[in-house]
Every structure is written in C-alpha cells, then in structure tokens.
Design a binder for this molecule. Sequence first.
Ligand SMILES: C[S@@+](CC[C@H](N)C(=O)[O-])C[C@H]1O[C@@H](n2cnc3c(N)ncnc32)[C@H](O)[C@@H]1O
Length: 229
Amino acid sequence: MRIIKFLLKYFRLIIFNEYRENQLSKYISEEIKNLHSNSKEIQILDFGSGMNPIVIQKICESIRLKYKNIKLKVDCFDFYSSEQVSNLNKKFSDFNFYHLKDFDSSKKKYDFAIILDVLHHVGIDKNRKEVLQIFSNLSKTSKYVIVKDHFYSSKLSKYLLIAMDFVGNYYNNVSIPSTYFTEGLYDEILKIKKLKEIKRLKNKYYYKRYWLFFANPSLHFISIFTNKN
Ligand SMILES: C[S@@+](CC[C@H](N)C(=O)[O-])C[C@H]1O[C@@H](n2cnc3c(N)ncnc32)[C@H](O)[C@@H]1O
C-alpha cells in the first residue's frame, strides 16, 4: 500500500506539475480582484486547505501583483495534527493554520471563503447534512463564498472523477468519494439555503488538454455565492 501511495505521489507530481493549481488560482484570484471592495485589506478563509496549500499561495501572489501594499489575512482550516499546524505556521508565516474543530462560524468574518475540491470528499450522499452545514457556515462568515467542485452527468463521468480523485488524493489519505454533485442537486442546495449565486464558471481547463478524456472541463465548476439579498 505504501509503495502505491509513493508511486501515485510522484506520478502526480511529474504528470500534473502544479498545472491545476496554476489554473485554479488564476481563475479565483481574478474573481477576488473583481469583487473585493477594499484595496487595503482582504480577509480570506481557506476551508479544507490541504497539506500543501499551493493554491492559496498562488492566489495571494496574484493579488499582491496587482495591489502592491495590500494586507492579506488568510486563515486555513483542515484536519491538521498539532505538529502539522506548527510546521505549516512556520513554513507559511503569512497564513494562520488551524484544525477544523477550531472553526467557529459565529466568531470571525471574512471577505471571501474558498472551498476548493473539498465538498465531494465530505460526502455528498453519506454526509449530506454536513455538506449543507458547510454551505450555511461559510455564507454566515463570509461576504462571498467561492466553491470549486465537480458535476457529473452520467455513470461514466462519475467513474472518471473517482479515478482522477484516486490518482490525486489516495496518496494523501484523503477519502475517495463515491459520488459528486449533479448540477440539479447543486442548484437545489443553493435554493434550500437561500443563497444567491452571482457567477458560475464552467468548461474551464484545470488539466492539460491531452487529459481531456479523464479531466473533461465539463466535469468542473466554480460557483460564487453570497447570502446578501
Ligand atoms: C483534494 S484536497 C483539496 C485541498 C485544497 N483545497 C486544494 O484545492 O488544493 C481535499 C481536502 O478536503 C479536506 N476535507 C475532507 N473532509 C473535510 C471536511 N469535512 N471539512 C473540511 N475539509 C475536509 C481534506 O482533508 C483535504 O485536505
């Protein structure tokens, strides 16, 4: 098992080489730049930031390129051990890392919450209540919530996504999902939670074009919503 994880980790590194992270951070930083109202300070919550928070790093780099003296305050939450919290806080001194159990949606306010390729790992069928709670919590704490996730439309597309998740996440001990959102289910959740979607980006490339069969852009979306009326 350890050798499979080791091989997958390096296979992913060689084959994908931060292409997904570059694309994702490019799309999201553009949206943040367009939406933010204060060019002096932006507070960002990265929910499910992962063990190697490259996307948020690249987002911040891109924002700083445009606004030279901007203050970016970033809080990252995930299932970090206390050792990981301490190492990550040392390594990325601009960001604050916390275990998810310390997340309290009533305490802190953010301009943006980002939740990138996380919700399908929470469990769209098995842990639907938790998924719905995350929508409520993030929209309570943040002016804008930016979700990146997957839509499937057929059995084949679902199995392709599971295969991609296996290659991308199995080595990291992140649970492999058994299903994903359909576009209809995602719309229904926004409606139930009374959230106003202001933008949905579809058909964007997150992987090199020769991965088209496995990582078809139609399987990926970014959604930006707010609970402002
Ligand atoms: C595919 S990684 C994405 C990491 C990062 N957001 C990125 O885009 O590079 C999925 C992350 O979701 C986290 N996760 C899984 N279940 C979660 C939950 N219930 N609440 C918050 N994060 C969760 C995992 O620990 C993992 O770091």
